[in-house]
Design a binder for this molecule. Structure first.
Ligand code: NAP
Length: 209
């Protein structure tokens, strides 16, 4: 049985919706936020007994950590927080919101590569950044893989294997784009951003790019 303890850095839209879907698949989750764990009480109540709020250290102790904060907030976190940890980076970089990150703006680095560089010794995969989370539940389906919505992922091979299992469990099909530098192809300044389609149409979109 594939059951994990999944920590979320962030307790907003992305964290809440993914947490609900992961809990439905049987996993346990820990959420954290910036402005006080008491604010998460109604969220935890809604998510049920497999959810709890915790501090950053508690979140970082889970089997897998999902980054679900504004991009700039990543760089306020301790660089040793996620040493040897499996990490899914669901963030998107928006210069108007996050400020200037020169290497990302000028495409020297994928936004997730800078995240991986920040967290010393982390094993990072980018996933779940392209589809607005408000649409995730309605787009998930138990149809055959060729009909399901494909979710692009890129990064660490071992963590990709875990991310792929999670993606399948919540009713999507993973689309492996390669290593972390390849995630530049589906970050927020690309035509892949906000695109949702099956594996074939996603593949076509990458070719057209
Ligand atoms: N919304 C979408 O559809 C979507 C889809 C894919 C990817 N994304 C990306 O995913 C990320 C999160 O988006 P969102 O819509 O979930 O944002 P959101 O609803 O604004 O939630 C952000 C969360 O991050 C927390 N946070 C901020 N700084 C933090 C820190 N230093 N330590 C711990 N927690 C911190 C906030 O805590 P407080 O609540 O205490 O302020 C809040 O819970 C963004 O990078 C976004 O671009 C969004």
């Amino acid at each position: 049985m594939f059951l994990m303890k999944i920590g979320f850095i962030g307790g907003g839209h992305v964290a809440q919706i993914l947490a609900a879907m992961f809990i439905k698949a049987g996993h346990s989750i820990v959420l954290t936020n910036k402005h006080g764990l008491d604010r998460l009480e109604p969220v935890i109540k809604r998510l049920g007994s497999k959810a709890e709020a915790g501090n950053l250290a508690e979140v970082a102790r889970q089997d897998l950590v999902v980054l679900a904060v504004p991009y700039k907030a990543v760089f306020e976190l301790d660089e040793d927080l996620l040493k040897n940890k499996a990490v899914i980076d669901a963030t998107n970089y928006f210069p108007h919101r996050d400020g200037e990150f020169e290497e990302v703006s000028n495409h020297k680095l994928a936004s997730s590569q800078l995240v991986a560089q920040h967290f010393i010794g982390s094993k990072v995969v980018k996933a779940f950044n392209t589809i607005p989370v408000a649409n995730l539940k309605s787009l998930s389906s138990d149809a055959s893989e060729d009909k399901q919505i494909a979710i692009p992922i890129a990064g660490d091979v071992e963590v990709k294997d875990t991310a792929e299992k999670l993606i399948k469990q919540i009713g999507f099909v993973p689309y492996d784009v390669g290593d972390l530098k390849e995630s530049i192809k589906f970050q927020s300044d690309t035509p892949l951003f906000l695109f949702s389609g099956d594996r074939k149409s996603l593949a076509n979109k990458f070719v057209q790019k």
